[in-house]
Design a protein around this ligand. Structure first.
Ligand code: PLP
Length: 371
């Protein structure tokens, strides 16, 4: 007989998922009701308003996709990109590469703007790409590159897209709730995120928002969206504004209770306070790491407070350290990815996990393991 699964109580300080707040776990275990129950529909409306707050937008088309961040990414591309389009895609880490895959699978051409891993997207290079490819209708980039711990200038990149009459697709999987993300003020057109990072919710949901310009492009599409599940015109029949909600798919009811709770918590704390907390704990962690003789992999001006990339000292066995942290301290930190594999550790301080206790226990555990 296979027995029930009881996971250990880990502290999740990697690139995500991050620790889920007990309040959110409590919400998850409330009784399941029907996905068309009037009370559930009311909850859906509240989630939309709470997401508008988190994204700092008045966009009517703001909702959670019932699937992880990668599905939010795919929803943006399949709805906004048509065969034959040219899309400028910025890559300075893993996730720009995934965007390219999406563009090519839509039958469009990806013009790549590449920057070194560990550095932000170069706004000048993107401007040059627009000059060379004036037919480009879309610009796609990652705001907070989880693979490297780098923040790019989303405001400048969105402005550049608008200047060239293009729409912007912004990956905010790691930024939402951790650093400022002003969708309306910056003029971002399609922005997707994930629940498992700074929202401290369970993984598997992707909040998404589309500007009126993006909605217009969706409405004017000549080609059917190749994904039935992610076709926003169909999803809107269930999540849309009018009172008639048509069945599209069975919503992950309890996961949406969890998302609602995490967004209520964000609203209670206030976005600005949440950003300040992430910054304060990041600064404390960096001070502690540097006092131990460790160094950060990203220049101070471009660091993400919620994802700290640390250079692995010469001669230290990366995997052995991470495995000792997990087995001896129940502490998860992340390995480097791709070009940074074996070179960096990624220490997350995301959402609920961004607290003083975690900063101190991580420093203590790391010091003990490295001794
Ligand atoms: N984009 C970024 C920046 C991410 O960090 C991630 C996940 O870590 C994703 C996209 C994909 O999200 P998911 O793993 O939830 O599909």
């Amino acid at each position: 007989m296979t027995s029930s699964f009881f996971p250990p109580q880990r502290t999740l300080m990697g690139p995500g998922p991050s620790d889920v707040s007990p309040r959110v776990l409590g919400a998850l275990s409330r009784p399941t009701i029907g996905h068309l129950d009037p009370l559930f529909v009311q909850l859906m409306d509240e989630i939309k308003v709470l997401l508008q707050y988190a994204f700092q937008t008045g966009n009517a088309l703001t909702l959670p996709i019932s699937a992880p961040g990668s599905a939010g990414m795919e929803a943006c591309f399949v709805n906004l990109v048509s065969p034959g389009d040219t899309v400028i895609v910025c890559q300075n880490g893993v996730f720009g590469g995934r965007m390219r895959e999406n563009v090519e699978r839509c039958g469009a051409t990806a013009v790549m703007v590449e920057d070194n891993w560990g550095e932000p997207v170069s706004v000048d290079k993107v401007a040059a790409a627009f000059a060379e490819h004036p037919q480009a209708k879309t610009l796609a980039f990652v705001h907070a590159e989880t693979s490297t711990g780098v923040r790019s200038d989303a405001q400048a990149l969105c402005a550049l897209a608008r200047e060239h009459g293009a729409l912007s697709i912004v990956d905010a999987v790691t930024s939402l709730g951790g650093i400022p993300l002003k969708v309306d003020e910056w003029g971002a057109d399609a922005v997707y995120s994930g629940t498992q990072k700074c929202l401290s919710c369970v993984p598997g949901i992707s909040p998404i928002t589309f500007s009126p310009r993006a909605v217009e492009r969706i409405q004017q599409r000549q080609h059917k969206v190749q994904s039935w599940f992610l076709d926003m015109q169909l999803v809107m029949g269930y999540w849309g504004g009018d009172s008639k909600r048509a069945y599209h798919h069975t919503a992950p009811v309890n996961d949406l209770y969890a998302l609602h709770e995490s967004l209520v918590m964000l609203q209670e704390e206030g976005l600005e306070n949440a950003f300040a907390r992430h910054l304060r704990n990041h600064q404390a962690l960096v001070a502690g790491l540097e006092a131990m003789g460790l160094s950060m992999a990203v220049a101070a001006a471009h660091r993400l407070p919620q994802l700290n990339a640390v250079n692995i000292p010469a001669g230290v066995d990366d995997a052995a350290v991470r495995s000792a942290l997990l087995s001896d301290f129940d502490l998860e930190i992340g390995a480097g990815l791709g070009a940074l594999a074996g070179k960096t550790w990624r220490i997350g301080l995301m959402g609920y996990a961004s607290n003083e206790r975690n900063v101190l226990s991580c420093l203590t555990a790391l010091e003990a393991v490295l001794a």
